[in-house]
Design a protein around this ligand. Structure first.
Ligand code: ZN
Ligand code: ZN
Length: 75
């Protein structure tokens, strides 16, 4: 799963744009929702633990708060 590289426009260390995970539209970096389809642009970076509701990085395999694995829950 490759996300960050293609979904962010970074220039000289500054995040310029980020891409909607749903419709692939580029949005300004300070937008929290896609101006094309309304999908949140923040959620992409986190996933919520089904046990304790803690927000974790999307790449996390285990919840940082309660230690439950994400894999078994999603499928
Ligand atoms: Zn969108
Ligand atoms: Zn948890």
């Amino acid at each position: 799963m490759v996300l960050d590289k293609d979904d962010f426009h970074v220039h000289l260390g500054h995040l310029l744009e980020k891409r909607c995970s749903k419709c692939r539209t580029w949005n300004p970096a300070d937008h929290e929702f896609c101006d094309e389809c309304g999908t949140t642009l923040k959620e992409k970076k986190v996933k919520t633990c089904g046990y304790c509701n803690e927000s974790n990085r999307l790449t996390a395999h285990y919840c940082g708060k309660c230690g439950k694995p994400f894999e078994s829950k999603e499928r």
